[in-house]
Design a binder for this molecule. Sequence first.
Ligand code: SF4
Ligand code: SF4
Length: 398
Amino acid sequence: MSKRDYTLKQMIEMKACTQCRLCAEVCPAVSASGEGMLSALSRMKGLRQYLKRRPALLRRLFGEAGLSEEAQKKFGDDVFRCTLCGNCQEVCPVGIGLKDLWLSLRTDMVRSGAGPAKIKTIRDNLSESRNVFAEDNAERADWVDGMRDAPEDRYLRDKAEVVYFTGCVSAYYPVAQRIPMDLVRIFDAGAIDFTLMGEDEWCCGFPLLGAGLGEMLGSFVEHNIDAVLRKGAKKIVFACPSCYRMWREYYPRRFEIFHASEFLLQLVRENRLPLKPLQLTVTYHDPCDLGRGAGFFDQPREVIRAIPGVKLVELGHSREKCRCCGGGGNLEMFDPALSSAITAQKMEEVMATGAQAVVSACQQCVRTMTTYAKRKGVPIEVMDLVQLVHKSIVGQTS
Ligand code: SF4
Ligand code: SF4
């Protein structure tokens, strides 16, 4: 463990914790597992004990002795049993930047060799295949083959005004591939000059950050920027909130970037989409990275409300208080049982609304909730905002 992984601000913030426990009350990992050790409060306590083993400044700040070997190992694993949902940060009354702290902590764990073994898989997959699933990156746009209505160029154009950056989940997971298929159809309906990047698209780098491997990010950023520049594009659209946030926070600002929800809203406001009525009651799940992370709460709701006939009912916890679907923070790789238990909590809340469908605006949320609903026979349709809009354009009800 090294203090170089923490900023002075973070060191001071940790001292400011009042132990009010509000973070523990809203943590989906705590409520799904019943383990209070997974709360922000306990994690910070563990971190402070770790740091006490450091000399000089840190010891003066925190005093006392550190953790036993066994406790260190458990602590290292528990650091990654978190969805990075940011709910703890949202409620923290002293304003501790907990999400950034969790990323610093993950980096620290990996550098000190205390991270879970799965980190190596993520590192190898990303460095060898350029996507998180170890798939052939040349097959990144193969989902287009599943579209009978795809044009001859398969949406791979030399130049375009807009690049659609698909992200790894939509590119490779069959359950999420409906999202890019429907988004390109919407682009066509709105007469958007766009292209995919195919194999020239590499992972945005989000899984690297979540795995404490942020130092590998540089080559991914550089490659993706060059690939978009080669297309001559001015704008990039993302249906994945994590890709969007990566480009917003970790990439140099060379292009106008849009999450699909705001891009769709723009098209709706300009009356460029022929929306037909749908008789459907839906609830909306705010993806952590889009809602709390990027502040996009109204855009997706405005798009939903623009569809004639669609009724929106809110979840018990919505907007800033929305609870994670269980798919964030690479949790599925580190602790699939906990990830699934968090999804179970989510689906209970979804079913309590009485909605016919749950709509999100994130491929990972859609994948997580769809997989759970199918496996457990939960009678609800799960879809992305993009799919809902496409249904309305073609006038489908199911
Ligand atoms: S980010 Fe979410 S899962 Fe992680 S500690 Fe905070 S509330 Fe819990
Ligand atoms: S909400 Fe903030 S101040 Fe309260 S226990 Fe959690 S980290 Fe500490």
